[in-house]
Write a protein that binds this ligand. Structure first.
Ligand code: GDP
Length: 448
């Protein structure tokens, strides 16, 4: 490659790198960015899912919490953000899974954080648990869809838009020592391409140290063998790669939560007090709470936000746009403009519509034919019935006419006989009046 006029080599991508002979000022860009971000404020959205409690564990919690889900989600979130979030109590008797989102505004120094905590209510509490995770998937997709719709608007306001996409999913696993439930694996598998999953063993004070390590190993190997992708703290940034690599080796974090404070020495610390001793929430050899807080909030919150946008949302956006018919390249790998993609989709839609119209027409014709056949058959039946009735009527009429004729003959005969009888009677009366008188006299004298 030939050297350029000023003796500097062109860069691989066609840009030349030049040196400045004095201060210009664009080195303040990162500060400008920081100032702008501080002014705008940040948002962070956490989804809490509690894994299925094994039957052995459930009654204990049930008694303790009077039916609350009770895996320690609220206590942990309160402990993480050093405040009390007013999360309403929920019961185990939910007919279906619901997601309850609550947004809070927090401020630390001059940084404002709009924090949304989404709690799953009733997850795994139903008798039929098969579709328990579907509402969670739908919720995550709905937040992506809302963002996509805002992006696609002509007049969009992404700057002031309240981004509700989930940045981190804390998956609470009870310290049972047993294998993960099928529903837990199914849920994590169906979520791992949509959200950054951080598995957490909650209430880690109820499992011994050796059992805990075995449990952690078991969980990790189950996740690997089921190809569940959990969030890995990034190791490509050299400022955090070392700590993140170490922390990836501690996953899943086993945490203890508490909102109670106990006096230790002359300090008040967050802890859980038992008859046999005190478990300090923020003591590294008691549990991984500090590791979780460091990783989730102090070191990788921005990476979680970025991964959500650049990886999970990107995947959703791509599949949705492809579904809508948009393509970057055409059949011969030629770039396709938005206009072309729109026209192609319009044409495809038009053809589809025509096809549907034709299908409907065919269906209509078919239905008409069927109706016509039915009507013809009915008409035929009526016609046959009518002819039959007419025939019967004809026969009946003939019979009646015959009967009428016979009756008329009888009447004529009767009239004739009657006339003859009357004639005979008249003749007899005229010819024998004396004998009739004699008969009368004999009757009157009592002689019979
Ligand atoms: P949620 O229903 O999942 O939000 O659970 P909560 O945070 O309301 O906790 C339920 C119960 O578990 C409460 O009595 C808490 O005090 C208790 N709890 C919370 N975190 C821990 C923990 O780390 N260890 C123990 N042993 N109990 C805990």
């Amino acid at each position: 490659m030939a050297a350029s006029r000023d003796g500097q080599q062109p860069q691989n991508d066609g840009y030349r790198s030049l040196s400045l002979s004095g201060h210009v000022g664009f080195d303040s860009l990162p500060d400008q960015l920081v100032n702008k971000s501080i002014k705008q404020g940040f948002c962070f959205n956490i989804l809490c899912i509690a894994g299925i409690l094994c039957a052995k564990f459930l009654p204990q919690l049930f008694c303790l919490t009077l039916g609350e889900t009770g895996t320690g989600k609220s206590t942990l979130i309160d402990s993480l953000f050093n405040t009390r979030f007013d999360d309403p109590v929920s019961t185990h008797f939910q007919p279906n899974v619901r997601l309850r989102a609550q947004t809070y505004e927090l401020q630390e120094s001059n940084v404002r954080l709009k924090l949304t905590i989404v709690n799953t209510v009733g997850f795994g509490d139903q008798i039929n648990k098969e579709d328990s995770y579907q509402p969670i998937v739908d919720y995550i997709d709905a937040q992506f869809e809302a963002y996509l719709q805002e992006e696609l608007k002509i007049k969009r306001s992404l700057f002031s838009y309240h981004d509700t996409r989930i940045h981190a999913c804390l998956y609470f696993i009870s310290p049972t020592g047993h294998s993960l439930k099928t529903l837990d694996l199914l849920t994590m598998k169906s979520l791992d391409s949509k959200v950054n999953i951080i598995p957490i063993i909650s209430k880690a004070d109820s499992i011994s140290k050796t059992e805990l390590q075995k449990f952690k190993n078991k969980l990790m190997s189950e996740l690997v063998s089921n190809d569940v992708q959990i969030y890995q703290f990034p190791t490509d940034d050299e400022t955090v790669s070392q700590i993140n690599t170490v922390m990836n080796g501690h996953l899943p974090f086993a945490v203890v939560g508490s909102t109670e404070k106990v006096k230790i020495g002359n300090k008040m610390v967050k802890a859980r007090q038992y008859p046999w001793g005190i478990v300090e929430v923020e003591k590294e050899n008691h549990c991984d709470f500090v590791k979780l807080r460091e990783m989730l909030i102090c070191t990788n919150m921005e990476d979680l936000r970025e991964q959500t946008h650049a990886r999970h949302y990107e995947l959703y956006r791509r599949s949705r746009l492809e579904e809508m018919g948009f393509r970057d390249t055409g059949p011969e790998n030629k770039p396709v403009s938005l206009q072309e993609a729109y026209e192609a989709k319009r044409h495809e839609f038009y053809l589809e519509l025509q096809g549907k119209e034709e299908e409907m027409r065919q269906h209509f014709v078919q239905r008409m034919k069927e109706k016509e056949t039915i009507l013809k058959e009915a008409e035929q039946q009526i016609q046959t019935k009518l002819e039959h009735l007419m025939l019967m009527h004809q026969e009946e009429k003939l019979k009646l006419e015959k009967k009428k004729k016979a009756l008329e003959d009888d009447i004529a005969m009767f009239n004739k006989k009657k006339a003859n009888a009357e004639l005979l009677q008249t003749q007899a009366f005229v010819s024998t009046p004396v004998s009739l008188k004699r008969d009368k006299d004999r009757k009157n004298s009592g002689f019979v």
